[in-house]
Design a protein around this ligand. Sequence first.
Ligand code: TMP
Length: 206
Amino acid sequence: MSSYFITFEGPEGSGKSTQAALLADALRSIGLLTRLTREPGGDPVSEQIRKILLDSPDDSITNRAELFLYLAARAQHVENIIRPNLKKGAIVICARYIDSTVAYQGWGGGLSVDMIRTLNNAATGGLIPDITFLMDIDAETGLKRQQDWNRMERKGLDYHARVREGFLAEAKLYPERIKVLDAAQDIDFIHRQVLHYVAEKLKIAV
Ligand code: TMP
């Protein structure tokens, strides 16, 4: 079994962390070496950057500084956690990665998507997921599912509607990599779809 890199993406309240955890449990239960992680975070320094990004007061971080904080957290995470685990032959499952930066800082925050692609590439050394599941949900429904909104969640409905549009545009650009799922469906039903897709790609029985 060779290593594999799977990411889950989506707007707020799309259930991606739940699905990432369910997939990790399912793969572990059949004996596959699996590492579950998240962005921003997944490494002690990246988790500290996460706190700055999510817990700082509204309007305290400029759009460009925000972009570089996400990228710094990612560079650290890729080098210290994701790549070493892939090298060990693990299946790495990550909640959020490069597409979130395009959708949030690009489509949401209005920064150049081309610039973000270049910087994502620099931060990751060109590491692209094998499969990305996009958990699609409309901004209003997703935000309503959340409690205690953090700095990103408080950016407003228009911002989050653009984020969703951004994710869907990425899925159109990269249909081979990004599989869109309807996040309004039942958790178990989505999990079965995810598992079926991964099993087919990895050529394993689940
Ligand atoms: P979450 O992981 O709990 O969803 O929270 C992370 C927040 O950070 C979420 O609002 C999405 C946002 N985010 C970005 O804006 N850009 C990024 O590159 C990443 C990874 C996350």
